[in-house]
Design a binder for this molecule. Structure first.
Ligand code: B12
Length: 477
C-alpha cells in the first residue's frame, strides 16, 4: 500500500500569534484530504510541525517513509514549506512533494522553486487523489489532463491546467468525515476569550458547515481556492459529525471555520435546529457577517450552543469599507446593532479590524484611536492590511509591495505595503498597541461586560481568564 504523509508547515516567525504553539488548531484541510485518500486505498499519516525544527519534522517523516509528501501552505509559511520540500527530497530519495492550500492556489508561480513538484490549485480532495494515482500507479500519464494542478516546465515557466470543478453538495455530503487524531486535537485551544475558557476546553475541534464565500472583500484570498460559489453541507451530516466527535474525544468546544457562517439564513436555522436536538448542547464559535444576521438567527444560534461570534468589521470608516468592497456587508450602523443583539442574547463578540491601508493617514489613525471604544465588542483583533496572493488587493497593490519575503505576510508583525502618506511602520505599530490599550481599559466597556456577566454568570471565568491573558501581554495593567 502506498504511503502518503501530509504536513502543515509552521512559519519561522517567532514571538507572535502566527508562530505555531500559540493556537494549534487541527489542520482540517489535511483531515479531509487524508480521509479521501484512505477511501481510495492509500495509507495516510498527518503530521504537524508545530514547534519542531525542519530537521526534527523531516526525521519524523523519514521514519514513516512515504512516497508522497503533501504540504498545506499559508503564505506566511511558504518559505518554510520550500525548505521542508528540499530537505524531504534529500532525506527520502524519489519522494514527490505536492503543495496545496491558500498560498499555492493564489500564487501559481510557487512551483518555480524546484523542490515542489506540483501545486494543487483550489479544493484538494479530488485533484490530489487523481494526481497521487497517476504519480504512483501510471507514471507515463500526461499530467496536463488533470484539472487543477500547476507544475514547472522550465526555470521560468509553469503550466496551469485550469480550475477543477468544485465538489458538489452531494459529493461533499457523501465524503467521509475528516481524519482526526487525538494527539493533534489535544493541543488545540481557542484563545483568548471563549466559553468555556481555554483552561477548561477539551480537545477543541474544527468543523465546516459550508465551503466558499460569495463576497468579494478586496483583502481576502478565499476566491483563489473556492471561486465565489458557496456549497452547503447537509445540516444533519454536520450534527452527526459533531456528535461523533463528542462521543470519541469528549470535545467541549468547537470552531466553525466557515468563511462566512451565516451566508444563508435558511441553512443556519436548519443547522441550529439539528444541533439543538443533541443530548448535550455543544459550545461553539463561528465567524459571521452582520448582513443576513437578525435576532431570530442569533437566538437560534445561541440555543444551539453558539457562545461566540466573530465579525469582520475591518474598519470604523465607511469610506475605508467602500474601498475594500465591504460597505454593503459591514456598514457600521448595522454591525453595531447586531453586536448589541448578540450581547443581549449571551454571545461573546470578537471584532476583526484592519489598519495600515495604503491610503491610511495620520488623521485616519487618530480617528481610529478615538472611535475604537465605540465598538460594542468583547474582544478585538487588529491586523495590518496584507494583500495575500490570489486576493483582489494583491493584483491592485502588487507594485507597492515592500517585500517579496513571504514570511512577512503574517498580517500582525510586518507591514508589506507602502503607505501613500508617509505613515511609517513604527507609527502603525504604535497605533495598533495604543488602540488595544484604549479599548481594553475603557470604562464603558468594563461596565458593559459587568452587566453581561451579571446576566450570564457562566461568562465570569471566561472574562477573568481573558483579563489575565491581557495583563500578561501587558495590554492592561
Ligand atoms: C481556522 C483558521 C485558522 C486557525 C488555524 C488553522 C490551522 N490549520 O492551523 C487559526 C485561528 C489559528 C488561524 C490563524 C492564522 N490564519 Co487562518 N484561517 C483559518 C480559516 C478560518 C479556516 C481554515 C479552514 O479550516 N479551512 C477549511 C479547509 C477545508 O479549507 P482549506 O484550508 O482551504 O483547504 C482546502 C484547499 O485549500 C486545499 N488544500 C489545503 N491544504 C492542502 C494541502 C494539499 C497537499 C492539497 C493537495 C490541497 C490542500 O484542499 C482543502 C480541502 O478542499 C481560514 C479561512 C477559511 N475559512 O478557509 C483562515 C486563513 C486560512 N487564515 C489566514 C491567515 C492569514 C492566518 C494567520 C496568518 C492570521 C494571523 N495573522 O495570525 C494565522 C496563521 C496561523 C498558522 N497556524 O499558521 C488566511 C490565509 C491567507 C494566506 N494566503 O495565507 C485565511 C485564508 C483567512 C483569510 N481569508 O485571509 N487561522
Amino acid at each position: 500500500m502506498y504511503k502518503i504523509a501530509l504536513l502543515e508547515p509552521s512559519s519561522d516567525i517567532k514571538g507572535c500569534y502566527v508562530h505555531a504553539g500559540h493556537n494549534e488548531f487541527e489542520p482540517i484541510a489535511l483531515g479531509y484530504i487524508a480521509s479521501d485518500l484512505e477511501t481510495k486505498g492509500f495509507k495516510v499519516e498527518i503530521f504537524r510541525q508545530g514547534l519542531l525544527s525542519v530537521d526534527q519534522i523531516i526525521d519524523h517523516i523519514k521514519r514513516y517513509s512515504p512516497s508522497i509528501l503533501g504540504l498545506s501552505v499559508m503564505t506566511h509559511a511558504a518559505n518554510s514549506a520550500i525548505k521542508i520540500a528540499k530537505k524531504a527530497k534529500e532525506a527520502i530519495p524519489g519522494i514527490y512533494v505536492i503543495a496545496g492550500g491558500y498560498h499555492p492556489s493564489g500564487d501559481i508561480n510557487f512551483v518555480l522553486n524546484k523542490h515542489i513538484d506540483f501545486s494543487v490549485i483550489g479544493e484538494g480532495e479530488r485533484t490530489f487523489s487523481e494526481l497521487a494515482n497517476r504519480l504512483l500507479k501510471n507514471q507515463n500519464a500526461d499530467f496536463k489532463e488533470i484539472k487543477g494542478i500547476c507544475f514547472a516546465v522550465d526555470e521560468n515557466k509553469t503550466i496551469f491546467t485550469g480550475n477543477a470543478e468544485r465538489i458538489t453538495k452531494e459529493e461533499l455530503d457523501a465524503m467521509p468525515f475528516p481524519k482526526r487524531s487525538r494527539d493533534i486535537i489535544s493541543k488545540a485551544k481557542m484563545h483568548a476569550l471563549m466559553y468555556p475558557p481555554p483552561n477548561k476546553q477539551h480537545n477543541v475541534v474544527t468543523l465546516l458547515s459550508s465551503r466558499g464565500c460569495s463576497n468579494n472583500c478586496q483583502f481576502c484570498c478565499s476566491s483563489a481556492v473556492w471561486g465565489r460559489e458557496v456549497v452547503f453541507r447537509n445540516p444533519k451530516k454536520v450534527a452527526e459529525e459533531l456528535k461523533l466527535v463528542v462521543d470519541e474525544f469528549g470535545t467541549n468546544a468547537f470552531f466553525f471555520s466557515d468563511l462566512t457562517f451565516n451566508s444563508n439564513k435558511k441553512h443556519v436555522i436548519a443547522l441550529c435546529s439539528e444541533l439543538a436536538k443533541l443530548k448535550e448542547t455543544p459550545h461553539w464559535y463561528a465567524m459571521c457577517t452582520a448582513t443576513h444576521l437578525d435576532e431570530e438567527t442569533i437566538r437560534a444560534m445561541r440555543e444551539a450552543g453558539c457562545r461566540k461570534v466573530g465579525f469582520g468589521v475591518e474598519s470604523l470608516s465607511n469610506d475605508n469599507l467602500k474601498k475594500i468592497n465591504k460597505l454593503a456587508i459591514s456598514a457600521q450602523e448595522r454591525t453595531r446593532g447586531i453586536m448589541e443583539c448578540c450581547d443581549e442574547n449571551g454571545i461573546l463578540i470578537k471584532a476583526y479590524m484592519i489598519i495600515g491601508y495604503p491610503w491610511e493617514t495620520h488623521d485616519s489613525l487618530t480617528e481610529f484611536h478615538d472611535n475604537i471604544i465605540t465598538l460594542p465588542a468583547d474582544e478585538i483583533r487588529i491586523s495590518y492590511f496584507t494583500p495575500f496572493p490570489g486576493s483582489p488587493a494583491y493584483k491592485k497593490h502588487e507594485d507597492i509591495l515592500t517585500t517579496n519575503d513571504w514570511s512577512k505576510f503574517n498580517a500582525i508583525k510586518d507591514v508589506v505595503v507602502e503607505n501613500e502618506n508617509g505613515v511609517t511602520v513604527d507609527r502603525l505599530a504604535k497605533a495598533r498597541i495604543d488602540a488595544f490599550k484604549k479599548f481594553y481599559s475603557d470604562n464603558a466597556r468594563q461596565e458593559r461586560i459587568a452587566k453581561k456577566i451579571e446576566k450570564f454568570p457562566e461568562f465570569k471565568e471566561s472574562f477573568e481568564e481573558f483579563e489575565t491573558f491581557l495583563r500578561d501581554a501587558k495590554v492592561i495593567q
